[in-house]
Design a protein around this ligand. Structure first.
Ligand code: ATP
Length: 251
């Protein structure tokens, strides 16, 4: 796997993760649910992709497959053009790889309830063998970036929904992922905070060349995406430029 961890500087604007011809079928009792059908989508360094579509159209399923949390039933997933997962891959074996390269943000913050805000971020670093002192310093820096410096010693139950979500974003960014996947990350935030989060994603794509993919129902963010992928019934039905790409092309 050593060639999978080549420094990002050698991969400007390259495809980071690509889902190819992937389908996913869940068995629900006697029924088969076709959550995803023949989906191919590449997520590139520096690109901010929005995924939209009605409830049940397969958006989360796509994220889970692209993030190596679920195997596809058929098709494959490629990291920097090398196959990394298919139907029979044991995803547990990719746990370290995920921790190092992929950041996840879910609709619910999913913080560890008995750890403080700073400890929730710190633990993500320590799991990756960062020493406690350095991990704490980095966690502090990340929390400050999200306006949470005064909250670092609070437990999740003492934080508002928006604050919890910002801690979870800080945690997702702790290991400097090359791929960031977010499922409805602004659903629990008010408009201003939501925009702040989307602008952080934009900055990560522009300045850190992170490949960012965001599932959202919120039409307000279409100006911030490079590309908007629309899904329906488990299929990708259209791809169109988002406002950020249009603005660049008009320059
Ligand atoms: N673990 C599972 N077991 C059975 N069916 C599932 C499972 N996960 C998802 N599904 C089904 O697969 C289909 C796609 O679900 P998915 O969560 O990907 O859609 P979505 O577009 O993200 O929806 P939402 O916007 O409501 O979050 C749905 O019909 C859903 O019920």
């Amino acid at each position: 796997m050593s060639d999978l961890s080549i420094s990002r500087q050698f991969w400007p604007s390259q495809v980071v993760m690509e889902v190819r011809d992937a389908s996913k079928t869940y068995l629900s009792g006697a029924n088969a649910v076709h959550a995803l059908t023949d989906m191919t989508l590449a997520l590139r360094a520096g690109e901010l992709t929005g995924i939209v579509g009605p409830s049940g159209s397969g958006k989360t399923t796509f994220l889970m497959i692209a993030g190596l949390l679920e195997p596809p039933s058929t098709g494959s997933v490629h990291f920097r053009d090398q196959p990394i997962a298919h139907a029979h891959t044991h995803l547990n074996s990719l746990r370290d790889f995920r921790r190092t390269h992929v950041g996840f943000i879910f609709q619910k913050a999913n913080l560890i309830p008995f750890l403080t805000a700073i400890e929730n971020v710190q633990i993500a670093l320590e799991i990756n063998d960062i020493r406690p002192k350095a991990a704490r310093a980095r966690a502090r820096e990340l929390l400050a970036q999200f306006g949470l410096d005064h909250r670092e010693d609070n437990y999740p139950s003492q934080l508002s929904g928006g604050e919890q979500q910002r801690v979870s974003i800080a945690r997702a960014l702790a290991n400097d992922p090359v791929l960031l996947l977010a499922d409805e990350p602004t659903a629990a935030l008010d408009g201003g905070r939501g925009r702040q989060v989307m602008e952080v994603f934009r900055t990560l794509a522009d300045e850190r060349r992170v490949a960012v993919c965001v599932v959202t129902h919120d039409p307000r963010w279409s100006d911030i995406f490079d590309r908007i992928v629309e899904m329906s019934d488990g299929r990708m039905v259209s791809t169109r430029p988002g406002g950020a790409l249009k603005a660049r092309l008009e320059l």
